[in-house]
Ligand binder design. Structure first.
Ligand code: SAM
Length: 280
């Protein structure tokens, strides 16, 4: 038995799986969990691999620690999406940080609690606040200058996540971030979908002085080469890295200060394609 993911109708990758452990049709999407020998448990939403035991640490460490080790003193962080709990687990490693997480689909949280025990410590942490709701509505209602960092840990721009990729959404992100705030968004992939990657760069770049992509490898994602995009009002993600913080986080498996800095290097074809969208 195989779990196959087809990307944009032109690219297919497949993982050998032993069995399907769960399938749940929620109000918003279909969530599945597979068991596999090589990748461990795999969470799939609407046919797209979200995370698996083998490499979830890469995605979650990279979305969280890059902005946290760039900002001088982050205290309040908002996650939009992120229902599995992985991004929150990484943020909560930093003692001074409080996390609000707005996830639209409670079933993602329930499935994660049942099948992914590595996120267990998140759900009862007193510094963690889960809000079940639509991220677009939450940011519209949130007060000005509330957050130091916002992380958009969303699915692809279809279904419930469609509204998390447009200008209205980022105008609110800009408004609810403090004057030295940072946003990091799941930036799709410059390798497999340059037009979509550029579109997200453009939308974020309309509001943030510094707009830079960084990369990480994710074996579960089509093509393996994937990107986050950072938008920053003040701090520079490589020049302002706080080395003492970056290399002193306990129990990490991927992130360190060398990875932080090197993940921002761009291949020449990407530099050319991004042109003025790359604001450093
Ligand atoms: N890292 C994953 C990836 O890109 O493959 C995404 C992880 S996480 C499971 C994405 C979450 O975003 C999902 O649980 C989904 O329900 C949530 N989501 C989608 N649209 C949303 C919205 N409008 N507001 C809040 N959460 C949303």
């Amino acid at each position: 038995m195989w779990f196959e993911e087809i990307h944009n109708g032109f690219f297919k990758q497949a993982v050998k799986v032993e069995k399907k452990l769960a399938e749940k049709r929620s109000r918003y999407q279909t969530i599945e969990v597979y068991e596999s020998k090589e990748f461990g448990r795999i969470m799939v939403i609407d046919g797209h691999g979200m995370l698996c035991d083998k490499d979830e640490f890469i995605y979650h460490e990279m979305i969280a620690h890059v902005p946290v080790c760039t900002h001088k003193d982050p205290k309040r962080v908002l996650i939009i999406g992120g229902g599995d709990g992985g991004t929150a687990r990484e943020l909560l490693r930093h003692e001074g940080i409080n996390v609000d997480m707005v996830e639209i689909d409670e079933e993602v949280v329930n499935i994660s609690k049942e099948f992914f025990p590595q996120f267990d410590e998140v759900w009862s942490n007193p510094r963690f606040n889960l809000i079940i709701g639509d991220g677009t509505e939450f940011v519209r209602e949130a007060k000005d200058k509330t957050y130091d960092i916002v992380l958009v840990d969303s699915t692809d721009p279809e279904g419930p996540a469609e509204g998390l990729f447009n200008k209205t959404f980022y105008a609110h992100i800009n408004r609810i971030l403090k004057d030295d705030g940072i946003v990091v968004a799941q930036g799709e992939s410059w390798w497999i979908d340059m037009p979509l990657h550029k579109e997200i760069m453009r939308v974020i770049g309309d509001f943030f002085k510094i707009t830079m992509p960084y990369r990480f490898e994710m074996y579960m994602y089509p093509g393996c080469n994937w990107n986050f995009i950072v938008g920053s009002k003040f701090y520079h993600p490589t020049a302002d890295i706080i080395l003492q913080r970056a290399d002193l986080i306990d129990n990490l498996k991927y992130y360190n200060s060398d990875i932080h800095i090197s993940s921002f290097t761009l291949p020449t074809y990407v530099k050319k394609e991004l042109g003025e969208l790359y604001k450093w």
